[in-house]
Design a protein around this ligand. Structure first.
Ligand SMILES: Nc1ncnc2c1ncn2[C@@H]1O[C@H](COP(=O)(O)OP(=O)(O)O)[C@@H](O)[C@H]1O
Ligand SMILES: [Mg+2]
Length: 399
């Protein structure tokens, strides 16, 4: 049944069966870019090692990690701008590890635009095509097309100094796209821009990438950017890929304390200390709990003292508790931070300091500092840490 749905052009694969060849093509698409055991040192400094990854055709991957963890060097190695000491880079079945940059079919955008200041936008974009000796009519057609894609048609005759930062970065993007690369690499392209432009360009990059189906590696140290943009995130730490996965799995299932420390604002708690909160002793040395997986209730005794309660007759609880909830742990609010739509309370529970996030629904529900409260944990959200095999929640919950 599946075979009849296949286009006629596949009939040349009849010898191994349509399904087999379709699966093979699919498998090849899943391994479009392969990094095998890549390692790089600068003198005695190990920049990265044991970098292994499979990237699918059309995938948007973000390399996320703190400054100095090796993101740029890895990206530059893929582009051929610096060599590697060992390992292989395979694109669509071809080993490109030793190819010069211009023969890799890779486009790159840097944090700082690196445009030619004395060339107009259109000439900056056309530069790569000139180097490749593309004919003038073809060159013009492609430059026009790509400038339309990045919404810079009106700026084609301007010079870089006449453009805003966001526009310059779009020129850089156009210049990378115009040569129709197989892979696009972006090294913190948004870091130098202010917040509003940054959001706009971020969305624009993702839209363009999707419309072209372009395999893309995007580097950032910004967790929010990574979570919003990526099909998958590679979390890097000290020259290694610590964890690979989609946004949800990185955010909710960090593999260890380092990953937890980088994603979200996890409470990291020693298992013995966490015991009264969980109602059981976790068998791993440490547990991680996101602030939004903790629930705050004013203590029964202090409820009548709350201004919101008196004025509006508000009926606490603030939040309804989840199904699988731990015991109530008494504590005192030390301080709070207003983070826009979230209020983050710092609560002292008999020596255990916890960050608890509550949706900021109304100023009347804001709990004052020094208030006695009870904290509950959502037991389904407890992450056991300490081994690299912490994705299994049932083990945690039963621990
Ligand atoms: N050309 C170089 N020579 C020597 N050390 C370098 C060079 N480039 C980068 N490094 C070092 O490699 C490490 C990783 O740098 P980099 O890849 O730029 O990290 P990131 O992009 O994650 O901030 C840093 O410790 C940096 O100092
Ligand atoms: Mg960098």
């Amino acid at each position: 049944m599946l075979a009849t749905d296949m286009p006629q052009t596949h009939s040349r694969h009849d010898s191994d069966g349509l399904l087999t060849s379709a699966l093979r093509e699919q498998a090849a698409d899943q391994q479009y870019l392969t990094l095998k055991g890549l390692a790089k040192r600068f003198g005695k400094t190990r920049v990265f090692s044991d970098i292994d990854a499979e990237i699918a055709r059309g995938e948007f991957i973000t390399l996320l990690g703190p400054s100095g963890c090796g993101k740029s060097t890895l990206l530059r190695a893929i582009a051929g701008l610096n060599d590697v000491d060992s390992g292989e880079i395979i694109v669509d079945g071809h080993d490109i590890t030793r190819l010069p940059p211009q023969r890799r079919g890779i486009g790159m955008v840097f944090q700082h635009y690196a445009l030619f200041p004395n060339m107009r936008v259109a000439d900056n974009v056309a530069f790569g095509l000139r180097m490749k000796k593309v004919r003038p009519e073809e060159r013009e057609r492609r430059v026009t097309e790509v400038l339309r894609l990045v919404e810079l048609t009106d700026q084609a005759q301007r010079y870089p100094h006449q453009l805003s930062g966001g526009q310059r970065q779009r020129v850089a993007l156009a210049r990378a796209l115009v040569v129709e690369p197989q892979i696009l690499l972006l090294d913190e392209p948004l870091s130098a821009l202010d917040a509003r432009i940054r959001r706009h360009l971020r969305d624009q990059i993702r839209d363009i990438q999707k419309s072209l189906g372009l395999t893309t590696l995007f580097v950032t140290h910004d967790q929010e950017e990574a979570l919003l943009l990526s099909d998958r995130i590679f979390l890097m730490h000290q020259g290694s890929i610590l964890q690979q996965g989609n946004a949800a799995s990185l955010y909710t299932r960090p593999v260890d304390a380092t990953a937890a420390g980088f994603m979200g604002h996890y409470n990291l708690i020693g298992s013995e200390l966490a015991r009264p909160l969980l109602g059981y002793l976790c068998d791993s040395p440490q547990v991680a709990l996101r602030p939004e997986a903790l629930y705050l209730q004013p203590d029964e005794m202090t409820r009548p003292l709350l201004p919101g309660h008196l004025e509006a007759g508000l009926d606490f609880p603030l939040q309804s508790l989840p199904a699988n909830v731990g015991p109530a742990l008494p504590g005192v609010i030390l301080r709070h931070q207003l983070l826009g739509n979230i209020v983050r309370y710092e609560v002292d529970c008999q020596g255990l300091r916890l960050n608890v996030d509550v949706l900021n629904r109304s100023a009347r529900q804001l709990l004052p500092d020094h208030l006695r409260v009870q904290v509950h944990a959502d037991l389904d959200e407890v992450q056991a840490l300490g081994t690299h095999d912490t994705g299994d929640r049932s083990r945690v919950a039963n621990g």
